[in-house]
Ligand binder design. Sequence first.
Ligand code: SF4
Ligand code: MG
Length: 322
Amino acid sequence: KETILTIEKVIKRFPVAEGRMLTACDNVSLSLYQGETLGVVGESGCGKSTLVKLIMQLHAPTSGAICYRGKDLTRLTGERMRQSRRHIQMVFQDPSQAFNPKMKIKDILCEPLRNFKLIKDREAGKKAEELLRMVELPEEFADRYPGNMSGGQRQRIGIARALALEPEILVCDEATSALDVSVQKKIIELLVRIQREKNLSMIFICHDLALVSQISHRIAVMYLGNIVEVLAGDVLSKAKHPYTKALLQAVFPVKKKEGTVVRPLEGEIPSPLELLPGCPFQSRCSESMELCRREKPMLEELLPGHSAACHLLKLQSGKKDI
Ligand code: SF4
Ligand code: MG
């Protein structure tokens, strides 16, 4: 598997009031393979959106590297940074906010190409029609304005616009979260088809585990700025990290066998301003041990292609070197 994007030990801290620091990403390492959909899931405030902004070069990390085809994006400046943005494009939760209501759809779609001087004015109509076909919208939409369109249609325009530059990586941040379930399903189908046809590498960020599991080849689970588990999408039910298991039980309640205790995910997410030493999940984990309060567990491979950051799992897999 060829790696197209590597996130290496990325830390992002933000200064907040009273000289305190908020840790939004805490030593995140993650790879994106060519042609895969990588789902990133977690509750709100877990650092997903910060991770997106780091990948899109909208934030600079406090430390660490983000390498696209071996080049560290965080070190680029000026024109080289601008050019590198062509290869990684984004679909937003609500694209309509990014659309100028006075612009025709064809101009909205071709704007990214114009910004990079990749299109002549007389080619815009044809290009727009091609992009509209790709997202299964009628070509007549090219001459319309973004008002009076349904949420699903607007999101198709958002996807078409993101694809105009033929990026290698598409980042979707809660791209279907604002849509009705039936519309959401169609947008997911569209993204899956386009991903396959173009062999796109896609990062699909979402708080909805059920949805992420439908679309992703691999899933990374985030909690309080940390990746706590990475596993293949089709073995999601075999998740091992106590946090992922709690999330799963909330989404896919298992039929209780006699005597089985189903523990719901209890308690609040601790404030990222007051991080304790040790495991980020310790305050909500029913398996927490003394070691969990003392030492932070690292993300380690439990099985081929399945990693987790948990002392208990490491002990159980017999690898703990004490
Ligand atoms: Fe729970 Fe400890 Fe594992 Fe953290 S390291 S998830 S507290 S068992
Ligand atoms: Mg978010």
